[in-house]
Design a protein around this ligand. Structure first.
Ligand code: FEO
Ligand code: CA
Ligand code: CA
Ligand code: CA
Length: 591
């Protein structure tokens, strides 16, 4: 096992119990503030209508649905990053069209398609901490010159080796270098030059309408009957029978400069195409940029990108281009606790014309197939990656994989219904290294489960399906859970209650529960101000029903959050939202 680092900041709060009610709970001494819920105006725009009656155009000036990954970019004042003023970038992963429109999905239309598209993507909002009657509260700055919505219709530049490749060209974009929109924006990353990376995960769900899918389409889950979205009926880009290549233009990592609201975001194709969960950036010792990435599906892979050139802090504006030239690797874990990064480079690891890869652009557009050929390790749904600021060790959540029949290195349980967290140390502590040593940090599940095959080994509080993962500056590891609505609070999962957030001391292995969410939600997205006294988190899809698609009536019974908790109003539509957590005495959150 990797020796845990020592001398890190302690966890100071008293853990809370599990919950199954329709509210957010935090430890004694902490406060929770509602900051930004679905439908709230990003600037001086239209107010949210509680009956979901906002138009598609209004939705484009309001918070999208299903908040996910997020990052706080502090304003720099006199060379110092502010802890009271900055920009929040927030992903809006997908929509529940059953509650996005007053009458749900009934009589599907052009306008409903547009509203759904405009509720996807990213928010950039300006936020500030103010004092009101002796109480500190965060609020959106309105109006704000930085406030911006990026949606499934925003023009986005395509850069890197796959830009302009034949498979990236469409009828509307014969050069293959501009695409409308980003979608399925799950988790994220942020760069040393101050940009935001938003990751396109389940993009296949939006494409529809074809006959028998090709092998390449099948490998990415693109199928004849889609996954419930009906955009293709009113937007032919999403009708694969009409435009076969549009789907190749999704499944990428997208870079956004939050401080340049007029600048188009950029899809960075050198980082590969798959169902991107997150993109966690560190600098190697020599200044090369390393991006850790995961493909969240059962038996998919872990990746890292290493830039060819080095980051120069004197030229931050040149940073983005570093993501266009470099090497994409995929991880192989071995039974002896070692592992190897395999370069997905044309001419290496069997990747050539003989195995069906024409060139590097082809490898990047069909990254999954390239990783198959290279012989990477099939993982149990890799989600977020976090790098320990003190040791450089990398931690990754493997949320679950009940389809696994046989354990393999890095994935120790057959029928892994509760998930685990794996970690590794790069050779010589060099993030750009070719080899690593790995171990399992924790097996999720109930430590008292009578079945040893399902027993967890958390030293402290029990949880299941770890997903969001983040180190604070002092080295505390924050874990967020996403138990699916189909098993939440039922059977083997009843023990864990609603989805939650915990804090781990990676030196001792102790894990304490910090927060529990309302009914039917997932907890995801986490960032803090530089002084660590304000923690931002997201509650995604409160009231979600099993299967994920609600009727306008059903969710109202499932959850009335957040209006029930913060406005004393019952019976409202459930809304995903960003919360701010502070200590009542203004101290460091978690300490
Ligand atoms: Fe969008 Fe894998 O979570
Ligand atoms: Ca996730
Ligand atoms: Ca998940
Ligand atoms: Ca979710």
């Amino acid at each position: 096992a990797l020796a845990g680092p020592t001398g890190r900041a302690a966890i100071g709060f008293t853990p809370i119990g599990v919950s199954s009610d329709d509210a957010v709970h935090v430890p004694d001494g902490y406060t929770v503030q509602l900051l930004y819920a679905w439908g709230d105006p990003i600037s001086n725009g239209p107010a949210f209508r509680a009956d979901a009656g906002n138009s598609a155009a209004e939705q484009a000036e309001q918070a999208g649905m299903h908040h996910d990954g997020m990052h706080f970019f502090p304003r720099v004042v006199n060379g110092q990053p502010s802890s009271t003023h900055g920009l929040l970038c927030i992903n809006h992963e997908y929509t529940d069209d059953g509650i996005l429109h007053p009458d749900g999905m009934a009589e599907w239309s052009h306008d409903k398609t547009r509203k759904s598209q405009n509720a996807h993507g990213v928010s950039v909002v300006e936020v500030e901490l103010g004092e009101l009657g002796g109480a500190f509260r965060w609020q959106l700055v309105r109006p704000s010159a930085y406030a911006r919505r990026i949606t499934a219709r925003t023009p986005i530049r395509i850069a890197g080796p796959a830009a302009g490749a034949p498979g990236m060209r469409t009828r509307d974009d014969r050069r293959g270098n501009v695409v409308f929109g980003t979608l399925a924006n799950c988790a994220m990353g942020h760069t040393p030059w101050g940009s935001y990376l938003t990751c396109e995960e389940n993009f296949n769900a939006y494409f529809n309408g074809l006959g028998e899918p090709t092998a390449d389409q099948k490998r990415y889950g693109i199928r004849a009957n889609g996954a419930g979205f009906r955009w293709h009926e009113y937007d032919s880009r999403f009708d694969v029978a009409t435009e076969a290549n549009e789907a190749n233009r999704f499944g990428w990592v997208v870079e956004i400069d939050p401080w340049q609201p007029a600048q188009a975001p950029v899809k960075r194709t050198a980082l590969g195409r798959f169902k991107h969960e997150c993109a966690t950036v560190v600098l190697a010792g020599d200044g090369r940029v390393v991006v850790y990435m995961s493909d969240d599906e059962a038996f998919e892979y872990l990746y890292k990108f290493v830039s060819r050139d080095r980051f120069d802090a004197r030229e931050p504006a040149a940073g983005g281009r570093l993501l266009d030239v470099g090497t994409l690797y995929v991880a192989r874990f071995d039974a002896d606790g070692k592992g190897r990064w395999l370069a997905l480079q044309h001419g290496q690891h069997g990747l050539d014309e003989g195995s069906g890869f024409a060139d590097q652009a082809d490898i990047l557009m069909r990254t999954r197939q390239a990783a198959d050929v290279a012989g990477a390790t099939k993982m149990d749904r890799p989600e977020w990656l976090a790098v320990d600021p003190q040791s450089g060790d990398v931690y990754c959540t493997l949320t679950n994989n009940r389809q696994r029949l046989t354990p393999e290195p890095g994935n120790p349980r057959a029928e892994n219904i509760f998930g685990h967290i794996v970690r590794w140390r790069e050779a010589q502590g060099d993030a750009a290294a070719d080899t690593l040593d790995w171990d399992v940090f924790v097996l999720a599940g109930d430590p008292e489960n009578p079945d040893p095959a399902r027993r967890g080994n958390s030293k402290g509080d029990a949880f299941a399906s770890p997903d969001g993962l983040w180190f604070d500056r002092a080295g505390r590891l924050w874990i967020q859970t996403d138990v699916s609505g189909s098993v939440l609070n039922r059977g083997d999962h009843q023990r864990f209650g609603n989805n939650q957030m915990l804090v781990a001391d990676v030196a001792s292995g102790e894990i304490r529960r910090f927060l529990t969410g309302p009914k039917g939600c997932e907890i995801t997205g986490i960032s803090a101000t530089p002084d660590a006294r304000n923690l931002f988190i997201n509650v995604q899809h409160p009231g979600e029903v099993a299967g994920g698609r609600s009727s306008p009536a059903a969710p109202l019974a499932g959850s009335g959050w957040p209006a029930n908790q913060f406005a004393g109003v019952t019976g409202g539509r459930p809304r995903s939202a960003t919360l701010v957590i502070r200590r009542a005495d203004g101290g460091v959150v978690g300490s």
